[in-house]
Design a binder for this molecule. Structure first.
Ligand code: HGY
Ligand code: MN
Ligand code: MN
Length: 425
């Protein structure tokens, strides 16, 4: 970009506005007193209203696609049919979330547009800010519905998945004024976009331990998410002798300890059982069924897959030893994904131009960039978060680090600008 903003004061001002917007976004929740914003919820609809206002005030043209993704677009003043830089992240959250997971990336994309608008810049590419509708997988047990729609990976089976209240994805989209029958129209042509950039909090402690504000992401860990069922026999807690029981919860507990052990004994493997539901669910009834969700990840797909196979074998062993039924259903799986080297190099140059060390980190957390990288050169910018805390209301970032991130993104844009201009003319 030929003329950087008047001075760093502008970027710091836009960084403060970015933080203010993350704070404002936190108010859009379906659970008063804590931040919970799931796919196509009314809280998400309310956030869309506010975000569209900010986007339109920045000169963006807004649209919501059939998957509930919100886009704000600024055409290139220099080239007709220019390619597009897509920048953003997700707007949904986990239950009792922090303010910055996902949302910060969307607001930094908007801040970049505002910095461009306040300079005398004439970009040879369009800028598009995206807020994905669903990345966490909370409501339907499968993540990335929003970004998967952009790569044509939302099939009828996904649209018919039902939430805990029996509402399907298609019905939820309908309540959100989206037409699920048009979901295929969300798919974006590869050639239209030059790159996807996702700024995101690190959600880990490394940047803080290295006393660095930023890093690039080398690769995103592969993950398997599964629904696991243990089926035994419900019974009277007072009358059924221990040796005659088929206690589904005890079987699940034994297996969960093995999950933890497998991860503790395998370098780089993380495994989590984040939810468990027991039925019938009374203190004086032997649990007849236990349903849980497993999340297991590694940057090496072979190690992750071997761990999954090991845990399935252990579950089958428990069928014999405890005379229960064990069911393992993979709900979602994606391979480890490397970020694009060329785009990441420009991002490194942006970080250096912002005056910071160019650190490199793998991401244990999943991100929409893992899906977007299937079709477009994708890169991620990690931003330090206090204590590495995330998926928690104590999630925190500093104005200085958000200013550093916006400055790095601005300088990244300058390099992309130079590259496209030199390729074009
Ligand atoms: O769970 C994750 O990895 C991400 O926060 N969605
Ligand atoms: Mn998250
Ligand atoms: Mn996230």
């Amino acid at each position: 970009m030929n003329h950087p903003p008047q001075d760093d004061v502008l970027l710091a001002e836009l960084a403060q506005r970015t933080l203010d917007r993350c704070e404002a976004a936190a108010a859009f929740t379906e659970e008063p007193g804590r931040i919970t914003r799931t796919f196509c919820s009314s809280a998400m609809a309310d956030l869309h209203v506010a975000l569209r206002d900010w986007m339109e005030a920045a000169g963006l043209t807004c649209r919501v696609d059939a998957a509930g993704n919100l886009f704000g677009r600024l055409e290139s003043p220099l080239l007709d049919n220019a390619q597009t830089l897509l920048i953003g992240s997700h707007l949904d959250s986990v239950p009792n979330a922090g303010r910055y997971d996902g949302v910060l990336g969307v607001m930094l994309g908007l801040a970049l547009v505002e910095a461009v608008q306040r300079s005398d810049l004439r970009l040879p590419f369009a800028l598009e800010v995206v807020g994905f509708s669903e990345e966490e997988g909370v409501r339907y047990g499968v993540p990335f519905i929003g970004s998967r729609a952009l790569v044509g990976d939302c099939d009828e089976a996904l649209l018919q998945r039902k939430d805990a209240n029996g509402v399907s994805v298609a019905e939820a989209l309908g309540h959100f004024s989206c037409d699920a029958a048009q979901i295929q129209s969300c798919e974006l042509p590869a050639k239209k976009y030059v790159a996807y950039l996702e700024p995101h909090i690190e959600q880990g402690p490394v940047l803080e331990s290295e006393d660095q504000p930023l890093s690039i992401v080398t690769a995103i860990a592969g993950q398997t998410r599964a629904a696991v069922r243990f089926v035994g026999a419900a019974g009277h807690a007072g009358t059924v002798p221990m040796e005659l029981r088929k206690d589904a919860l005890c079987a699940a507990a034994e297996w969960i300890i093995e999950v933890e052990k497998a991860a503790q004994q395998t370098l780089g493997l993380v495994a989590t059982v984040g939810t468990i539901e027991v039925s019938p669910g009374a203190g004086n009834v032997i649990p007849g069924e236990a349903r849980l969700r497993l999340d297991i990840r590694h940057t090496d797909d072979k190690i992750r897959q071997a761990a999954v196979e090991h845990l399935i074998r252990l579950g089958k062993d428990l069928q014999q030893t405890r005379n229960i039924e064990f069911q393992f259903t993979t709900a979602h799986e994606h391979s480890a994904v490397a970020m694009d080297a060329a785009i990441t190099t420009m991002l490194k140059q942006g970080i250096a131009a912002a005056g910071h060390r160019t650190m490199e980190l793998p991401s244990g957390a999943g991100h929409d960039a893992a899906v977007m990288a299937r079709r477009w050169p994708s890169a991620m910018l990690f931003i330090r978060c206090r204590g590495g805390v995330s998926h928690h209301p104590d999630e925190a970032v500093t104005l200085a680090d958000v200013t550093a991130a916006l400055t790095a993104i601005w300088h990244f844009g300058r390099r992309l600008n130079s590259k496209i201009l030199s390729d074009y003319f």
